[in-house]
Design a binder for this molecule. Structure first.
Ligand SMILES: [Mg+2]
Length: 376
């Protein structure tokens, strides 16, 4: 089998309401843009991959990738990993293209990818992942809504200039819902500054936050420090009374190895779109397992990215939690999954099913692709 078709296009879905991501202070997001890669084999099998797009930064990408992908054997994923690794020399983060190959492999073999990589679990407990900084009342309303969906865990954003304001929200959620699992994401790992003041914590600030969160029984504190400050994480973890999580923008095996050999965090969060691809995500999960650590893959990209990360989760025995990105009205299910035929939703018990169709487990809505495709 060979790749005989390579198409890379930009999709642009206008959000019905602007979305204000906590991790991009001062940036109102008005569209969900995606790079969609479609590969076709000489047997007529189509494999899809989706990567994040902020603007028109992907123009020229199809031309760049064509000689690397055309004519390739889609079963040789290790070589695709090497191509993505080579792209880092150009400052490009192209791990996401690898999922298209798994989509083809799974479709060729009639199996969802997680069944080919270990087949461990058919569903993973979901936590509702918030995206904005909201008032206490607004956040309590949100938690009530996700509880109606069956979800019993929520990840809150801490990114206010004064973290005590965020702590008030966490405290209110804990008081109102004693049975709710709470995670906290500080989004300091790949801090974006320049449009508005962006907070930055040092180890002692992160420790104070961790101590207060421990009193609330918070499940983990995510990205309190820069993603490459491995020594800072090691020092923080020596004293922090709750588990630490990080890794969504770390890349390749050696960056995750740094966390492990320093015993610097508890939960690794590779994202198959942003940091690894599926095959390397499985290797990272294996390294974590050897060190007695969990993985909790980051999934906040698109519906296809969520599906691909769920395939990794389904194959990983040391994965307990699935991130369910959901922050209506801006980032609702339609905005997130607009080019899938069906949105990915939790079951009545608050678990996310690992998508079970062959390949990445979901179907691409070709009409939506035509509708939202824009000139790049
Ligand atoms: Mg995060």
């Amino acid at each position: 089998m060979r790749i005989v078709g390579v198409d890379l296009c930009l999709l642009e879905y206008p959000l019905e309401t602007p979305f204000y991501p906590a991790w991009l202070p001062g940036y109102p997001q008005t569209a969900h843009r995606v790079h969609l890669l479609t590969l076709e084999t000489d047997e007529g099998i189509k494999g899809y991959a989706a990567g994040v797009a902020f603007s028109r930064e992907g123009s020229g990408l199809q031309q760049l990738l064509l000689p690397f992908l055309f004519g390739r054997d889609p079963m040789n994923v290790e070589e695709v990993v090497q191509i993505a690794r080579s792209a880092t020399f150009l400052g490009l983060r192209l791990w996401w293209i690898e999922m298209a190959f798994w989509d083809i492999i799974g479709k060729a073999l009639g199996q969802p990818v997680y069944r080919l990589l270990g087949g461990y679990q058919e569903r993973v407990r979901a936590y509702a992942s918030t995206g904005e900084l909201r008032s206490v009342e607004e956040r309590l309303d949100y938690v009530a809504q996700v509880r109606e969906m069956g979800i019993r865990a929520v990840k809150l954003r801490f990114h206010s200039w004064d973290w005590r304001e965020d702590m008030a929200v966490a405290r209110a959620v804990r008081e109102r819902y004693p049975d709710m699992e709470i995670m906290v994401d500080a989004n300091m790992g790949w801090r974006v500054a320049g449009m508005a003041p962006a907070p930055k914590w040092d180890v002692s600030t992160a420790l104070r936050v961790a101590e207060e969160l421990a009193e609330l029984g918070v499940r983990w504190l995510e990205e309190p420090l820069d993603k490459n400050d491995y020594e800072g994480y090691r020092r923080l973890r020596e004293k922090a009374p709750i588990p630490l999580a990080s890794g969504e923008m770390n890349q390749d095996l050696h960056e995750f190895r740094e966390y492990l050999i320093r015993d610097a965090i508890d939960i690794l969060q590779p994202d198959v779109c942003l940091s690894s691809g599926i095959l390397m995500g499985k290797k990272i999960a294996g390294m974590a397992e050897a060190f007695g650590k969990q993985i909790a893959p980051h999934t906040w990209t698109s519906g296809l990215g969520l599906a691909a990360n769920l395939q990794l989760m389904g194959a990983s025995p040391n994965c307990e939690w699935a991130e369910f990105p959901y922050e209506p009205p801006g980032w609702d299910l339609k905005a997130r999954d607009y080019f899938l035929t069906e949105p990915i939703v939790p079951d009545s018990e608050g678990y996310l099913p690992v998508p079970s169709k062959p390949g990445l487990g979901v179907e691409i809505d070709e009409d939506a692709v035509k509708h939202y495709r824009v000139e790049n």
